[in-house]
Design a protein around this ligand. Structure first.
Ligand SMILES: Cc1ncc(COP(=O)(O)O)c(C=O)c1O
Ligand SMILES: N[C@@H](CCCC[NH3+])C(=O)O
Length: 437
């Protein structure tokens, strides 16, 4: 089945990708290569918007900031949630120094051109530079909302002359997620203490327009974690009623993102309608509109990472299959022991027997492995596809071992657009002053 013929199933498997198309993309653009199917992103968004018809959906851009993705989701009606000044500059049609220098360098304009009123900036311990940029952008883009998770961030904004839209991020005391490193809801780093939030919201109205409350439990919540989600939403409903009773006119209560997707074939997809029903029931009656901010759910299964087999080494009873992508390309397995399905795309036309092998990258770290996988017996030169790579894949890639970042392409029907060209070693060293000894 080709990508374009998949209608709107909740699960998209690695086997659904056309091998022929993936091989052609690898031939044209080289590997490692991130491939993202925009049609699938749109389908995922529509499924989310259909499940939450009463809610505002803000896409958490940190999952994948490729400009075609931001534009496609904004066109579908999504707002965008940003985690930094850099993400804000990408998302807004802003005259930022960074954008100007990109233009001078002849690069395509990296800005997505989303209206300020559709953008939330969630500031987590924001550096001064981020606040400076955010305040400047808020001036140019009316309606931008700044989400604040510490009382003194309010002071820092006021010191910069900001008196605009504020959302208060609350620590709900309930965390969830696929790994302890991605649970945010009970981590004191995020949000103001729950029991101080109502007073803080009321006090803040003296200096700002307080428009929302926000909390986020964590990332990769499965159907089994729903009790944590329900508890978070219920606490936010209680808080919203208290704040509204203090005559603060809230526009929205944002209960975060975190909606998980299956990474293993035996995992079930989230029943979004059930999640939405549980959310509604837990929130109860509030005047404010519900908001959600999914990242992974919209982009994860729209992406694959293509990589070539460069080494096959028999070792003991098994084999280690060396590939070009590593922890610098896709960090999730090394960071969270995350599992990503793999498929030997080259072997599809042949009848090679499956074999369990360890797939490992080129980085000089023992953690640089994608774990054990059953694959059609890999040979040097084969092309492997790594599934569910559309979220937190390219975004977390880095240059450790002086390894240039990979390229990424976006498919829109039959169109193929380069979202990020492949970096070169010259890109890696470009930030070093030329006169350095
Ligand atoms: C504040 C906030 N909102 C939204 C998200 C998106 O999470 P996910 O990609 O799991 O939907 C995150 C990431 O965990 C987050 O920290
Ligand atoms: N980067 C994490 C998700 C966390 C998002 C940020 N709070 C992952 O790949 O699963």
């Amino acid at each position: 089945m080709s990508a374009a013929t998949v209608r709107n199933p909740a699960v998209r498997r690695l086997a659904d990708w056309s091998a022929e198309r993936l091989r052609a993309l690898a031939d044209d653009h080289g590997t490692p290569l991130y491939v993202l199917d925009l049609d699938r992103v749109r389908q995922n968004y529509r499924r989310m918007a259909d499940a939450f018809p009463e809610a505002e959906v803000y896409y958490a851009a940190k999952a994948n900031t490729a400009r075609p993705v931001l534009r496609a989701l904004a066109d579908e009606g999504a707002g965008i949630e940003c985690a930094s000044a850099g993400e804000l500059a990408r998302v807004l049609d802003a005259r930022e120094a960074q954008c100007a220098s990109d233009a001078r360098a002849g690069r395509d304009d990296p800005r997505a051109g989303v209206a300020g009123s559709r953008v939330h900036y969630t500031a987590v311990n924001p550096p001064d530079r981020d606040l400076d940029v955010a305040v400047r952008l808020a001036d140019d883009h009316p309606g931008l909302t700044i989400t604040v998770g510490a009382a003194d961030t309010l002071d820092r904004l006021a010191e910069r002359g900001y008196d605009g839209r504020i959302c208060l991020r609350v620590n709900p005391g309930v965390g969830a997620g696929h790994h302890e490193k991605v649970a945010t809801g009970a981590d004191a780093k995020f949000g103001v203490p729950y029991d101080r939030a109502a007073d803080l919201a009321e006090d803040a109205t003296a200096r700002f327009e307080v428009v929302g409350l926000h909390a986020h439990a964590g990332s990769g919540i499965s159907g089994e974690d729903l009790s944590a989600h329900r508890e978070l939403v219920s606490r936010m409903g209680d808080l919203a009623r208290e704040v509204e009773s203090q005559d603060v006119e809230l526009e929205f209560v944002d209960v975060g993102g975190g909606f998980g997707v299956p990474y293993r074939p035996d995992e079930d997809p989230l029943d979004l309608d059930a999640v939405a029903a549980a959310t509604r029931e837990a929130l109860g009656e509030v005047d404010a509109t519900l908001a959600v901010e999914p990242g992974r759910y919209l982009v994860a299964d729209a992406g694959v990472l293509l990589t070539a087999v460069n080494t096959v080494k028999e070792a003991g009873d098994g084999a280690v299959v060396g590939v070009g992508a590593g922890m610098t390309t896709l960090a999730r397995p090394a960071l969270y022991d995350a599992h990503h399905e793999m498929r030997n795309v080259s072997a599809d036309a042949e009848r090679r027997p499956d074999r369990e092998v360890t797939v490992a990258g080129p980085v000089c770290e023992s953690a640089d492995t994608f774990g054990d996988h059953w694959l059609a017996d890999p040979e040097r030169g084969d092309l492997l596809a790594i599934g569910n790579s559309g979220a937190y894949g390219y975004e977390m890639a880095n240059q450790y071992n002086s390894r240039p970042r990979p390229a990424s392409v976006v498919l829109d029907g039959d169109d193929v657009r380069v979202a990020r060209r492949r970096e070169t070693i010259a890109d890696v060293t470009a930030v070093e002053p030329e006169d350095q000894a």
